[in-house]
Design a protein around this ligand. Structure first.
Ligand code: SAH
Ligand code: SF4
Ligand code: F3S
Length: 467
């Protein structure tokens, strides 16, 4: 039985609003902020909330960290390189602070939620003024108030992992595309993964809150909504009326032009969800369905709770229901003990499924996870060879998909001017592939029909269809 989510109380939210007002009135409060974000879309959206809270305290956004009075690092710890990159950049600011003593440096997000890392920052990164974890993001106003009034470092990492804070201000980065987090945390405990430890137990927002947020976004001109969660397929309170397929159908009915979601766990991809994707005209024909490995023994050791055959069965069923669906995925190579034969089964799977694209990662041991204790570490040189081989399979698959799309028509939501080509705009089709075609700034935010005429490595080119 799932633990019922507990919502941050109205009193607490009000106390935070009071703290925000007090911060805005302080003569020594920072005038500007800059947020550096690492990690997944969930973190990107958390940064939009942090920006909303900081703007609410009267601060303006500085485009460059060197010009900001407060720099906040919203960190990720999914792999070792994500942590090293963040720590390197935080260290770089130590010098800036030497020249600009009033600079406030804050660190938050998943990295800080690990007790050993919080201790390390506390002891070894003495120039960091403020640190907080993933569960108390909504407390930023009171944390900042303590920092500014007591003039001592503020470190606050809590374990209140069942809490959901509704109604926080959000400063959105994009006028046409918006994130909505529908659930927090993860209960799956894949053996390699740190997320359940730093994001807490799985808990879902109320459907009414989500629908209200979506309606507000549609009214403000948003065209595309991306629903976020570590495993959106298991969204819900456990009741039969609050499931992910029902949520999709309701969002589809309120007139959101395009709906996307991620991430989907293959073990929870139900026939009801596939049917909802087929029935709802606004749901995009794209699914990110991380498979991680093509070998059953490795999948078992990863605690993924599906087999290669079950994954292929879901793919078949999806394609029956939504024939032009584009599939993308994630892979981990060099999981402890992975043999050459097991690795090759992952490469075959790419050839067999025909993914539009894939993210490929080398296994990175995470302290505290089950896989970190497994024997059979693969050497770095061998891991590099494996990931390069796998990338070649993925590139060949992308190429085949792109070739198959030549001459077809796509509806493209124009995101902006093309960075590389003058007189061109680019955006994503419903399959989530970037398409570039002739246009100008007036097209930004429009959804336009485009015929695909040629393909390059990662993008498709097209011609606008006259209506
Ligand atoms: N909730 C999502 C994604 C979570 S993290 C899901 O279940 O798919 C995104 C990706 O990072 C994962 O899909 C996985 O491929 C990769 N990843 C997670 N932990 C990792 C680790 N310890 N080493 C390497 N890659 C990892
Ligand atoms: Fe990590 Fe697995 Fe949860 Fe995804 S489903 S966040 S990989 S534990
Ligand atoms: Fe990273 Fe945390 Fe997302 S560990 S991938 S930022 S949930």
């Amino acid at each position: 039985m799932r633990a019922a989510p507990v919502f941050v109380s109205q009193e607490e939210l009000k106390a935070q609003q009071d703290a925000a007002r007090q911060v805005s009135a302080l003569p020594n409060r920072p005038g500007s902020y800059h947020i550096v974000t690492y990690g997944c879309q969930m973190n990107a959206h958390d940064s939009e909330k942090l920006a909303g809270l900081l703007s609410g305290m009267g601060m303006t956004e500085a485009p460059d960290r060197r010009e900001a009075d407060l720099v906040l690092f919203n960190t990720c710890c999914i792999r070792d390189n994500a942590e090293r990159r963040a720590l390197g950049n935080i260290t770089w600011l130590k010098e800036l602070k030497a020249q600009k003593p009033g600079l406030i440096i804050g660190v938050c997000g998943c990295m800080v939620q690990q007790p050993a890392m919080a201790q390390k920052i506390l002891r070894q990164y003495r120039f960091v003024d403020l640190a907080f974890g993933t569960h108390n993001l909504h407390c930023l106003p009171s944390l900042l108030l303590s920092l500014l009034t007591q003039r001592s470092r503020v470190f606050s990492v809590t374990d209140d992992e069942t809490l959901i804070a509704e109604g926080l201000p959000v400063k959105r980065l994009n006028a046409y595309h918006a994130y909505i987090t529908i659930m927090y945390g993860c209960d799956n405990y894949c053996s390699y993964c740190i997320v359940p430890y730093v994001r807490g137990r799985e808990r879902s927002r109320r459907m009414d809150d989500i629908l209200r947020e979506a309606e507000g976004l549609v009214k403000s001109g948003v065209k595309e909504i991306m629903l976020l969660g570590q495993n959106v397929n298991s969204y819900g309170s456990g009741s039969a009326t609050e499931t992910f397929p029902i949520l999709l159908r309701k969002l589809d009915a309120i007139g959101v032009e395009r709906i996307r979601f991620m991430t989907s766990h293959p073990k929870d991809l139900s026939d009801e969800l596939i049917q909802a994707m087929a029935d709802c005209p606004h749901v995009c024909h794209h699914l990110h369905l991380p498979v991680q490995s093509g070998d059953n023994e490795i999948l078992r050791q990863m605690n993924r709770r599906y087999t290669r055959e079950a994954y292929l069965d879901r793919v078949r069923r999806l394609r029956q229901a939504v024939p032009d669906i584009g599939l993308t995925t994630d892979f981990i190579v060099s999981f402890p003990g992975e043999t050459q034969a097991q690795f090759e089964r992952t490469c075959d799977l790419v050839d067999e499924v025909g993914f539009d694209a894939a993210f490929t990662f080398i296994y990175s041991p995470r302290e505290g996870t089950r896989a970190a204790a497994l024997p059979g570490r693969i050497e770095a040189a061998e891991s590099t060879r494996r990931i390069e081989t796998l990338i070649r399979h993925v590139e060949a698959s992308t190429e085949r998909v792109h070739q198959s799309l030549l001459g077809t028509e796509e509806l493209v939501l124009v995101e902006g001017l093309s960075k590389r080509d003058e007189g061109m705009v680019s955006g994503k089709g419903r399959r989530n592939i970037t398409i570039t075609f002739p246009g100008d700034a007036r097209d930004i935010g429009a959804i336009l029909p485009v015929t695909i005429t040629s393909c390059a490595a990662n993008t498709l080119r097209g011609q606008r269809k006259e209506r």
